[in-house]
Design a binder for this molecule. Structure first.
Ligand code: ZN
Ligand code: ZN
Length: 343
């Protein structure tokens, strides 16, 4: 089969003929329909810092949908012909966190598809039955490839729960930030602000069309002034920090009201320094949110299927597997939001 292969550390990838994966008794083989390119795939391609733990050769790709073509003899819940999407995080299922409903914090870590196990930038991918979610017939396969980033956003909202408030700022208009816009608007948030840079223009325009009340280019506009105008000088109730940058965290701290909450989703690539005194004095709560649970996946698929949330406008490009490097370029230049690769 054809696959995108990262053979070693350093820049680039190769498109190679490799052996079709064989499956264990508890696994299924999926013919990939669509595989989304994530920011982390771009990092793996360019070999920016933070991925030294990868093992080579690796087939990346962890946001995908497809059709089941073979099942192992212990598989019971999935059948050949099922249209599916797959959670890339395979947890131990036995540890303190897995049993306590927090598998995203699994003590064993996760056997991540597309990072540790071979991923979906290929004609076929083998995955454990436990990570497969069968799609109802009316759930389109292209949109289903967005389930993973959708779950990241949904889980952050679940974590925020009823403490969300009425005014929310999102820092970082990447796919997760834009999915948050769509979902928060569906939930009926009255004041929704999203901050980015001038070169995020494409994405900020999309944010506006998805229902954001204010889009702020922080390198040109005064974020704090906009926040004050919208919130009668109070600051926003909640911030979602999705940029993974010290600038983003600083903007979050300045924009949130006293006693407000900041949820951090973006991953920082490097250790960093930060002045925490304002957090103490203003009683700001800072919480990390990481990945999702199976429950999140079921909820996401149901929101797609009932058409309550339509994320199809986030799919800006569909490209053949052989042209994946063009996809990386589109993302790097921020021309694209979600690029789907078609094997
Ligand atoms: Zn991802
Ligand atoms: Zn576990």
């Amino acid at each position: 089969m054809r696959a995108v292969v990262k053979k070693r550390q350093g820049f680039g990838i190769d498109i190679l003929e490799v052996e079709k994966p064989s499956i264990q008794p508890d696994e299924v083989l999926i013919r990939v329909s669509f595989a989304g390119i994530c920011g982390s795939d771009l990092h793996i391609y360019e070999w920016s810092e933070g991925y030294e733990w990868l093992k080579f050769p690796l087939i990346p790709g962890h946001e995908f949908s497809g059709e089941v073509v073979t099942t192992g003899n212990q598989v019971g819940s999935v059948q050949v012909g099922d249209r599916v999407t797959v959670s890339p995080h395979v947890y131990c299922g036995r540890c303190y966190y897995c049993r306590g409903g927090k598998p995203n914090l699994c003590r064993e870590g996760a056997l991540r598809i597309g990072f540790i196990r071979p991923g979906a930038f290929a004609d076929f991918v083998a995955v454990p039955e436990s990570s497969v979610f069968v799609l109802p017939e009316n759930c389109p396969l292209d949109v289903a490839a967005l389930t993973e980033p959708f779950c990241v956003a949904l889980y952050a909202l679940e974590t925020a729960g009823s403490s969300l408030g009425n005014s929310v700022l999102i820092v970082g208009p990447g796919p997760i930030g834009l999915i948050l816009v769509k979902t928060l608007k569906y939930m009926g948030i009255s004041s929704l602000l999203i901050a980015g840079l001038t070169d995020d223009n494409h994405r900020l325009m999309l944010a506006q069309s998805l229902g954001a009340d204010e889009t702020i280019r922080v390198d040109k506009e005064n974020l704090l002034e906009v926040v004050k105008n919208v919130t009668q000088g109070m600051g926003v109730d909640t911030v979602f920090e999705v940029s993974g940058s010290i600038e983003g965290l600083t903007q979050a701290m300045e924009s949130v009201k006293k006693g407000g909450k900041i949820f951090m989703i973006g991953l920082f690539q490097n250790p960093t320094k930060f002045f925490f005194t304002p957090l103490v004095r203003r009683e700001i709560m800072l919480q990390g949110v990481f990945n999702y649970t199976s429950e999140t996946w079921r909820k996401a698929i149901s929101l797609f299927t009932t058409k309550k949330i339509d994320l199809s406008s986030l799919i800006t490009h569909k490209i053949p597997l052989g042209k994946i490097e063009e996809g990386f370029q589109l993302l790097k230049q921020k021309e694209a939001v979600k690029v789907l690769v078609i094997p």
